[in-house]
Design a protein around this ligand. Structure first.
Ligand code: AMP
Length: 181
């Protein structure tokens, strides 16, 4: 099974992913972590991505799909996609890559949470790209480009919404219930 965890920035995707990979023996594929790894390693891709990320905009679909395809080809486990796909073209690209491996997405978990709760949480997190202006931009980008991805999977009846405005343990237990149903 491949799982997608979707939700606005600061909705707890990273935290939930860490627990999910252990409990369900999945491989974590976080495009944000991969990009931060490229920046830390000082690669050309990292240099290109950094200014885009600092502004809270999206890195190009080509770059993202290239990174993801490599990782999928190297993996022989169920994958947990965290922060990907973030656009409709990325979702369509993922469909094509998975079709070649004869696997598919089994669940899309949507974490739901209000904007003002997110801004509060993210300012407390204090990551380098977490100032109020960037956070607001990331929320706008999420609504315009990423929220439509949910519609892409709705027709397959695999989308499950979970209330993200609860304790970490309560969110995890709701997700677990979805995955074991
Ligand atoms: P995240 O750690 O998922 O919040 O991602 C941090 C930043 O990396 C985002 O604000 C984007 O600039 C970039 N990023 C991560 N994943 C993607 C993706 N799938 N498509 C485009 N940009 C991405």
């Amino acid at each position: 099974m491949h799982i997608i965890i979707l939700g606005p920035p600061g909705s707890g995707k990273g935290t939930q992913s860490e627990q999910l990979i252990t409990t369900f023996d999945l491989e974590h594929l976080s495009t944000g972590d991969m990009l931060r790894g490229e920046i830390a390693a000082g690669t050309e891709l990292g240099l290109k991505a950094k200014s885009v990320m600092d502004a809270g905009d999206l890195v190009s679909d080509d770059i993202i799909l290239g990174m993801v395809e490599n990782k999928i080809q190297q993996s022989d486990k169920g994958l947990l996609f965290d922060g990907f796909p973030r656009t409709i073209p990325q979702a369509e690209g993922l469909d094509k890559i998975l079709a070649r491996t004869k696997t598919a997405v089994s669940h899309v978990i949507e974490l739901k949470i209000e904007d003002d709760v997110i801004v509060e949480r993210m300012l407390a997190r204090g990551r380098e790209d977490d100032n109020e202006e960037t956070i607001r931009n990331r929320l706008d980008v999420y609504k315009a480009q990423t929220a439509p991805v949910i519609g892409h999977y709705q027709g397959q009846n695999i989308v499950h919404s979970v209330n993200g405005d609860q304790s970490i343990d309560a969110v995890f237990s709701d997700i677990k219930a979805v995955l074991t149903a």
